[in-house]
Design a protein around this ligand. Structure first.
Ligand SMILES: Cc1cc2nc3c(=O)[nH]c(=O)nc-3n(C[C@H](O)[C@H](O)[C@H](O)COP(=O)(O)OP(=O)(O)OC[C@H]3O[C@@H](n4cnc5c(N)ncnc54)[C@H](O)[C@@H]3O)c2cc1C
Length: 370
């Protein structure tokens, strides 16, 4: 275990935004977690857990609670005892990209389109991470965590995690630090059927086609790179948190109308049909590279927000509020934040208050808990 005092959260987040945290407690060995618990207990209250910092907007005034940064690594791969595929248990700090690479190399299908998503495995159940037709909920079987309210280790099966579209019971709560995650994958050299237009176009195959795992992953990476959705220090558009907003759910009539206008509309495992937030942002008249607030602009490749220079959380939240307000005015659709708002900034309220839907409520809770 390693404690860093007075550390800028900007150094620990992909947006490069965030004030000073009083204490950041890092641990790279599972057996050191007892010391982490002791340290946090000594400070009273609950910590905030951080992985790769790729889905958070950290407040300019930083954080007084201890920040627990999970850096453990390791994979355990074995045949499922019931004969149903292969189980992989990953330590929470293991990079998601390395897990996906392992599944592709081992001819295990179920995670190949999650390639290119930054961050740690431990964060994946938090918002049921997903992309291009797959999400963690398709393969997740078990989460082992520390419960800071009950002060004990707990294990949840997939149903107990209450996974939804980019949501779960973990999202917006500081109650649990996830320590280990187990997935069940299927042995196959072929991917799941490829359904996303941009990916099937890159592959040159018809929707529904299964392709070799490595080809599926390469096609997804190419699509992501073109959209600036890969972290690349040489890319000025990669100071980002990915999608700032959730793709909003639409009813069948609206989905049909949007599809007829060329919108990117997809069905999700939770039964919802959703329109891409970036398509709505483009339709609302924003243009690539458009400055929105000091240090914040629309990406040069995709309709999401990126930071540059001395960007602040306040400016980012203001920019997001400007985008959401115009989208609502022009399209009647409410955008809610996907990224987690860490800490308190008065302008966060404008984002939290958008609509009264479930995700809005979750994000409000998230902010109160920090
Ligand atoms: C360029 C880019 C592209 C992206 N593309 C996608 C995408 O396609 N699909 C997608 O779903 N997301 C995407 N994201 C968002 C992000 O990468 C994922 O949400 C990822 O899972 C976050 O992992 P992290 O380790 O960085 O988590 P962090 O950003 O550190 O934390 C995110 C949340 O999870 C919590 N958390 C983190 N680790 C733990 C833990 N061990 N226990 C309990 N809580 C924890 C934090 O408290 C926080 O609330 C993208 C981000 C970027 C920058």
């Amino acid at each position: 275990m390693y404690v860093r005092h007075l550390t800028r959260l900007a150094q620990l987040t992909t947006l490069g935004i965030g004030g000073v945290a009083d204490a950041v407690v890092e641990f790279g060995e599972a057996r050191a977690f007892d010391q982490v618990v002791e340290f946090v207990r000594g400070r009273g209250g609950r910590p905030v857990t951080l992985g790769g910092g790729s889905n958070v907007l950290a407040a300019d005034d930083g954080c007084r609670q201890p920040v627990v940064r999970v850096r453990t690594r390791g994979l355990r791969v074995r045949d499922a005892p019931d004969g149903g595929g292969v189980l992989i248990t990953a330590e929470a700090g293991h990079p998601l990209q390395e897990l996906v690479d392992t599944t592709v190399a081992e001819c295990l299908t179920g995670m190949e389109t999650l390639t290119g998503i930054p961050g740690t495995v431990g964060a994946t159940p938090v918002q049921n991470v997903g992309a291009y037709g797959q999400e963690v909920g398709d393969t997740l079987t078990e989460v082992q965590a520390w419960d800071w309210a009950a002060n004990r280790a707990v294990t949840f099966d997939a149903a107990a995690c209450r996974l939804g579209h980019r949501s779960s019971m973990f999202k917006g709560s500081s109650r649990w630090t996830i320590l280990r995650v187990t997935f069940r994958l299927t042995r196959s050299k072929l991917s799941r059927p490829m359904d996303y237009g941009m990916v099937t176009e890159a592959l040159g195959v018809a929707p529904g086609t299964r392709v070799p795992l490595a080809e599926a992953a390469q096609a997804v990476l190419a699509v992501r790179r073109a959209k600036g959705m890969i972290l690349d220090p040489g890319d000025p558009d990669s100071r980002s948190a990915g999608s700032v907003f959730l793709s909003p759910a639409v009813d069948a009539a609206r989905a049909a109308a949007l599809r007829s206008r060329g919108a990117s509309v997809h069905d999700f495992p939770d039964g919802s049909t959703r329109v891409s937030a970036s398509w709505l942002i483009r339709e609302s008249g924003f243009v690539l590279n458009q400055p929105l607030a000091p240090g914040i602009r629309v990406s040069g490749k995709q309709f999401t927000l990126v930071a540059e220079g001395a960007a602040t959380a306040r400016a980012f939240a203001e920019a997001a509020a400007i985008v959401a307000a115009r989208v609502e005015r022009r399209t009647g659709v409410t955008l809610r934040p996907e990224l987690d708002l860490f800490g308190t900034e008065p302008v966060y309220q404008r984002l939290r208050d958008r609509g009264s839907g479930r995700n809005g409520a979750e994000n409000r809770r998230c902010c109160q808990n920090f």
